[in-house]
Write a protein that binds this ligand. Structure first.
Ligand SMILES: Cc1cc2nc3c(=O)[nH]c(=O)nc-3n(C[C@H](O)[C@H](O)[C@H](O)COP(=O)(O)OP(=O)(O)OC[C@H]3O[C@@H](n4cnc5c(N)ncnc54)[C@H](O)[C@@H]3O)c2cc1C
Length: 255
């Protein structure tokens, strides 16, 4: 089987979860078989756009995949106007997903970074999940995550629901006190930076999913580069989110 394909997928379900967040299920046998948690797809949003838009795989289903996106600009706006029965031109699955380990894990998500972690939560045997949202109205997938973890912690920036603060702050004490042997995270850079400081300090296995502005999605245009540690003279080298990530070991990423 090829690693990725350009394929056509029919939208079988599309709901407006809240605000500008859309939950989409597409039917496609190839994507169902080839997709792994942490990978993403590159979606053609319409003829007017030269570049595809990268969106993470939220769930791998028996006959397709599910993804959830926020409307941020023209491409995702156009995508939100699609309807059940429409087809999407999708390149994928792309990138490297999470390495699932057997130890007790913490899954940490913030904002739209929550959604790429759902398939992972389904697959990790023992985990706690901490999810952060700006405010109560944006709290989504709560029951779905709850069904796949020991403890679910919800945090809101404004304190309107759950813990008042971000997802990391909600579980920081447990993390620092050795409750987890592995951490997986996706979310805003400040949260990932604060997380890396802790997991580096206590030497905890940690994988983070990175987001960068992206062109081709397959490592040809080289625009989505990030800096990682390197033993060479400069002390760093560049890797590409689309091809080498989006999931990286936190220890090697320079944030
Ligand atoms: C690996 C990966 C996974 C992602 N998964 C999700 C997800 O599951 N749900 C979700 O809502 N969003 C996700 N994003 C962010 C999403 O790709 C951008 O919000 C989207 O591309 C914005 O496109 P636009 O046309 O609406 O915005 P515009 O700002 O009009 O886009 C202009 C150009 O910039 C690029 N761009 C803009 N913002 C980003 C961004 N943050 N990351 C990468 N490229 C960007 C676009 O692809 C486009 O080429 C992901 C990004 C990456 C890199």
């Amino acid at each position: 089987m090829e690693k990725y394909q350009v394929t056509t997928a029919k939208i079988t379900k599309m709901t407006n979860l809240c605000g500008t967040i859309f939950d989409v299920t597409v039917e496609n046998e190839y994507l169902a078989k080839a997709s792994r948690c942490g990978q993403f797809v590159h979606i053609d949003c319409g003829d007017e756009f030269v570049l595809r838009r990268p969106i993470s795989i939220c769930e791998v289903l028996p006959n397709g995949i599910r993804f959830i996106f926020d409307v941020r600009g023209k491409g995702t706006k156009r995508l939100s106007e699609k309807q059940v029965g429409d087809t999407l031109d999708i390149l994928g699955p792309l990138g490297n997903g999470f390495a699932i380990r057997k130890e007790k894990a913490l899954i940490l998500g913030g904002g739209i970074g929550v959604y790429p972690l759902y398939e992972l939560a389904k697959q990790v045997a023992v985990c706690d999940v901490a999810l952060g949202f700006r405010t109560k109205e944006l709290v989504t997938l709560e029951d779905e995550f709850k069904a796949h973890c020991n403890n679910l912690y919800i945090a809101t920036d404004d304190g309107s629901y759950g813990f008042h603060g971000n997802a990391l702050q909600a579980v920081k004490d447990k993390l620092e006190n050795g409750a987890y042997e592995a951490v997986y995270a996706c979310g805003p850079l400040p949260m990932l930076k604060a997380l890396k400081q802790i997991t580096d300090k206590y030497n905890i296995f940690c994988q983070i999913s990175m987001e960068e502005r992206m062109g081709c999605g397959i490592g040809a245009c080289l625009c989505c580069n990030i800096k990682v540690e390197d033993e060479g003279e400069e002390g760093f080298k560049h890797l590409h989110v689309c091809k080498d990530g989006p999931v990286f070991n936190a220890k090697e990423v320079i944030l």
